[in-house]
Design a protein. Structure first.
Length: 193
């Protein structure tokens, strides 16, 4: 695939679509190596990744299930959502905690650091698109932003979690999500003569 095809074929694949097979360590290392080449202002390289696999992945899912239950009321608690954490622990190959270490360089807006981390995640996604039968998705939500999650991840005071990236082997019978975009021309205004 050329770069245009890789970008156009990037999709989110969810744990329900995963087989439970493990992706090789060398493949995960390749994803993270390519993430490291993301653009970033003032060369701060703010991305930090914490990779969960095997027993640590099960511990993460159990922790998140407990955090979900603790934060729920009887009215908004969903047993199905609670159970999904245990199911994910079996179906997912790896979870990468996407973290940002804030630079202390003066005048550098936090938004630029967040944008750099997002570019690193896009590099992960595009690389994953090139690896046959693999998929992933970037999960956010209020659980990843809680102080308890920062403590679980052992984040420093200048770090924060921006989400979790789930990676798995995709079931070949699973339908690829449809790629739908409005025409790019509708989102562009040419400013010149």
């Amino acid at each position: 695939m050329n770069i245009d095809e890789i970008i156009a074929h990037r999709r989110s694949y969810y744990p329900a679509q995963y087989t439970g097979e493990k992706i090789s360590r060398s493949t995960v290392e390749r994803l993270l190596k390519n993430a490291n080449w993301a653009p970033n202002h003032l060369h701060t390289e703010p991305w930090r990744f914490k990779v969960f696999e095997g027993e640590s992945l099960k511990a993460l899912m159990a922790f998140m299930a407990g955090l979900y239950k603790k934060g729920s009321t009887p009215e908004n608690f969903s047993q199905a959502k609670f159970d999904k954490f245990a199911i994910n622990a079996e179906k997912v190959s790896h979870v990468v905690a996407i973290c940002m270490q804030r630079s202390d360089k003066p005048g550098l807006p936090e938004s630029e650091e967040i944008a750099a981390v997002a570019c690193a995640v896009q590099n992960i996604w595009l690389t994953l698109t090139m690896v046959p039968h693999t998929g992933g998705y970037w999960s956010t939500g209020n659980l990843v932003y809680k102080a308890e999650m920062a403590e679980f991840l052992r984040l420093e005071i200048d770090e924060r979690c921006l989400g979790l990236f789930y990676i798995g082997m995709v079931n070949p019978e699973s339908q690829a999500p449809m790629g739908i975009r409005k025409p790019w021309e509708e989102k562009v205004e040419w400013m010149g003569g």
